[in-house]
Design a protein around this ligand. Structure first.
Ligand code: ADP
Ligand code: ZN
Ligand code: ZN
Length: 804
């Protein structure tokens, strides 16, 4: 007998596998999807390991395999284990990351009769009824018996009859939620038909089909001939054409407007970076198990993407394939196009905004090895790309690479782990590397490749000039507008010169809070306690945490004064102000209030590119890697929004954002300038960003990190407990803190620091209170691993943000 350790799709399974016996005749391999009995139910599971002995004495048997081929490779099985161990996530949560879209299905139990006319004389009434129902059809769903007998009784009766050998159970998976997509195709049944006997439109369709010979998609036929369905129906009636459903591939990339591109000849810096990566890709002797990680540090517009493209081409030449991660794929259609243009029809796209059907198709084609490159957001790291040789993570510092629900994985960390397992090479690219990444590069853990020069608009072109405006001085000078005198003048000049302007403000809505002038009361969300923002569109108050909406009250709910003051400024208000201040310029706004739906990011970007507006106002979206040559001015309306958060990464975050926004200016021949408005012009992150000086930012930042004992000098874990009662929430957090201290003493583990408990930054969310503990230490996963946390706790290893 052989046994399998199976990760079962049940929340009860947590981080464990379960032992099952493999019945003879069933071919079960590691990585295979199977059906297993679990308590009273039948569940899906994945075989993680085959063993000669089970972990427990009493095992049940695997019922069936779901697909004949294993779904996970051995490397991916190791990756699953690592994710569950490191991020302390339920094992099947980690498995689920690797499964094809639509894989998770419920098993349906069937009951079958074993003999045609069983002797029912000795049976009870219920048993006889059950036999009757099943005998009628030979096999029925257990549900049917449950309807007749009640759930409990049905289960007992079936068990009795199974023991007596009169019935058997069998299992099948419920229907697949995604099916291959089909489209109607039309073809000619009789091509000798005399078109002169038909109406003009009928003849047009017949002629078109005759020319094409093979079946044609009805959509295309309709498009090319202008025929309606009625015309086709008339031809069907006469037996001249037929329709059939043909399976089609859902194609997330449209190649219609993409012209193939060729490798550019590289600058000296690019060339030497590429050579290093190439040598990393070589399957040198003894290199099977070690993998290289490169950090490609280059300012925006220094030609990093061109290096990715040529490195991928090299990998393909060596018979390997690649995965490319980008932070938010829906925001960067241009990036997909550049990859698609270099590898026509060899690029797959994976991201959560695709329909389930599109994801399903792409996943299966990737597994068959049909693509050289898979490009996608965070979860694309789990693409079943065979022969993986190169993983590229663009904008590696971006926070979207960290998943904020279980498993709380970071795609960069997973990528490096996966590369270790497969021998692939990793390239991390950024203009503003994560301080932890850069530290590793300085230490020699990663290989540092620098591209200090811009290649656009020309090699060695200067980065845009940045002016930092002290808003305190503006106030002193009597300017109460959101636009400093400097920014106003710059906007006027740019508009007059028919150039384009981007204004960045990291807040949505109109006023960001509403306060009573008389008593100081601030309107807050009842469920989250955060101030309600006013949205000019719709004249409504909105909670940015939970989406709660309410009308604007006539008077202060606390003192009934009618003097409510609208304070703070979001993008909607900024738009209003800009319209008023710059009446000659047309405006467009780009934030998540305007983008709903798959293509509206693209639509906005296209309209701006087509110069339908002079000023684009937006949140972080405007900062991403767009390349709009006619943008000569970028204004940062308030650089302080991210600076003042109580998080040790606030400085880093601000620096990254400012550099990224500034990088949007001056990508065309007319050069560019940036105006940053702030109340803290002396802040190191703002000063370094204004100088485009990563090195000086890093020196300061790493010194602070060392001094305050923050990552990379330690690791963090964030433990949050939620409860509807604040006092219970606090005392549970205190209890757990005590328990953790006792645990570290008992196990003799030193060097673990615990901060808190303290109310989380968002103390109340959707009606529930939140308290947190922050742990510091080097081996936090190992320390926390054996501890069971009560329901209501979440554990986030290596949290990105402490203020959530
Ligand atoms: P990054 O990814 O570092 O922001 P890109 O790769 O997007 O930079 O390069 C910016 C622009 O410069 C792109 O339009 C790209 O086609 C062009 N480019 C890159 N490398 C070269 C080169 N060696 N010669 C000419 N143009 C280049
Ligand atoms: Zn009041
Ligand atoms: Zn709320």
């Amino acid at each position: 007998m052989r046994y399998a350790e199976v990760s079962v799709n049940s929340p009860a399974a947590q981080r464990r596998t379960f032992s099952y016996a493999i019945p003879s005749g069933l071919d079960v391999r590691e990585g295979q999807a199977v059906l297993v009995p679990f308590g009273e139910r039948v569940l899906q599971g994945i075989v993680l390991e085959l063993t000669p002995v089970p972990a427990v004495e009493d095992t049940r048997e695997i019922l069936d395999v779901i697909e004949s081929e294993p779904i996970l490779t051995l490397s991916h099985l190791s990756l699953v284990r690592w994710i569950s161990d490191y991020y302390l996530s339920p094992l099947f949560d980690a498995v689920a990351l690797e499964l094809p879209p639509g894989f998770e299905r419920k098993a349906i139990t069937f009951v079958n009769v074993t003999q045609p006319n069983p002797d029912v004389a000795s049976l009870t009434d219920d048993q006889r009824l059950a036999i009757d129902i099943v005998s009628g059809q030979g096999r029925v769903e257990l549900k049917k018996l449950e309807k007749a007998l009640g759930k409990k009784k049905a289960s007992a009766v079936v068990s009795q009859l199974v023991r007596q050998g009169l019935l058997t159970r069998s299992y099948e998976l419920g229907p697949v939620r995604v099916k291959p997509k089909t489209e109607p195709y039309v073809s000619l049944t009789d091509d000798s038909v005399d078109a002169s006997k038909l109406s003009v439109k009928q003849a047009a369709l017949v002629d078109f089909l005759r020319e094409r010979a093979a079946p044609v998609s009805w959509a295309e036929a309709q498009n090319k001939t202008g025929c309606s369905k009625a015309i086709a129906d008339a031809l069907i009636k006469r037996g001249l054409v037929t329709f059939e459903e043909v399976e089609v591939r859902r194609e997330p990339i449209s190649y219609d407007n993409i012209t193939p591109s060729h490798p550019l000849s590289l600058t000296a810096d690019q060339q030497s970076a590429l050579e290093s990566i190439k040598s990393g890709l070589q399957p040198a002797a003894g290199k099977n198990t070690s993998s290289d990680v490169f950090l490609l540090h280059g300012v925006t517009g220094s030609g990093k993407t061109e290096i990715y493209l040529q490195a991928l081409a090299e990998a393909v030449k060596l018979g390997k394939k690649g995965i490319v991660l980008v932070p938010e794929i829906a925001l960067t259609p241009q990036t997909i196009e550049r990859f698609a243009a270099r590898f026509p029809s060899r690029v797959a796209v994976l991201h959560s905004r695709l329909s389930l059907g599109e994801q399903y198709d792409e996943w299966h084609r990737i597994r068959k090895g049909e693509f050289d490159v898979v490009i996608g957001s965070r979860s694309a790291i789990f693409a079943p790309q065979p022969d993986l040789g190169l993983i590229i993570i663009d904008e590696e510092h971006e926070w979207t690479y960290k998943q904020d629900n279980s498993p709380h994985y970071h795609a960069r960390h997973v990528a490096i782990k996966l590369a270790e397992l497969t021998g692939a090479t990793v390239v991390l690219g950024s203009a503003t590397p994560d301080v932890e990444t850069f530290y590793k590069a300085q230490n020699g853990d990663y290989k540092l490749l620098e591209l200090p020069q811009r290649v656009v608009p020309s090699v060695g072109a200067a980065l845009p000039q940045v002016e930092v405006v002290d808003m305190r001085e503006e106030l002193k000078a009597g300017n109460r507008s959101v636009f400093s005198r400097s920014l106003s003048q710059a906007i006027n000049e740019a508009v007059a010169a028919q150039e384009q302007v981007i204004l960045f403000l990291n807040r949505r809505g109109g006023a960001t809070f509403i306060q009573c002038r008389r008593c100081g009361f601030v309107l807050r969300c009842r469920r989250c306690e955060v101030p309600l923002a006013h949205h000019i569109v719709g004249d409504v108050l909105t909670c940015h945490q939970c989406g709660y909406r309410a009308p604007v009250p006539q008077a202060c709910p606390s003192c009934s004064s009618r003097q409510l003051k609208f304070l703070g400024i979001g993008t909607q208000k900024l738009e209003q102000e800009a319209r008023y201040t710059f009446p000659r310029a047309r405006q467009m706004r780009w934030d998540s209030d305007v983008t709903a739906g798959k293509s509206s990011h693209e639509a906005i970007l296209r309209r701006f590119r087509n110069k339908e507006a002079e000023i684009l106002i937006g949140t972080q979206m405007v900062a991403k890697g767009h390349d709009i040559p006619s943008v000569t001015l970028v204004g940062v309306v308030n650089a302080d929004t991210s600076l003042n958060l109580p998080d040790f990464r606030a400085g880093e975050r601000t620096f990254q954002l400012l550099c990224q926004v500034a990088g949007r200016a001056g990508r065309g021949p007319s050069g560019g300038r940036v105006v940053i408005q702030t109340f803290s012009p002396e802040n190191y992150a703002i000063r370094a960003a204004a100088q485009h000086d990563y090195a000086s930012f890093y020196e300061k930042e790493i010194a602070y990190r060392r001094q305050l004992h923050n990552p990379p000098f330690t690791r963090l874990a964030r433990l949050v407990y939620v409860h509807t009662n604040d006092a219970i929430c606090q005392s549970e957090a205190e209890r757990v803190k005590k328990m953790l201290i006792e645990e570290s003493d008992a196990r003799g583990i030193g060097g673990i620091g615990i901060i808190g408990p303290a109310p989380a930054f968002i103390h109340r969310l959707r009606g529930r209170f939140r308290w947190q503990l922050i742990l510091r230490g080097s081996e936090l996963s190992a320390f926390l691993s054996p501890i069971t946390f009560a329901q209501g706790w979440t554990v986030d290893i290596d949290p990105m943000a402490l203020v959530q």
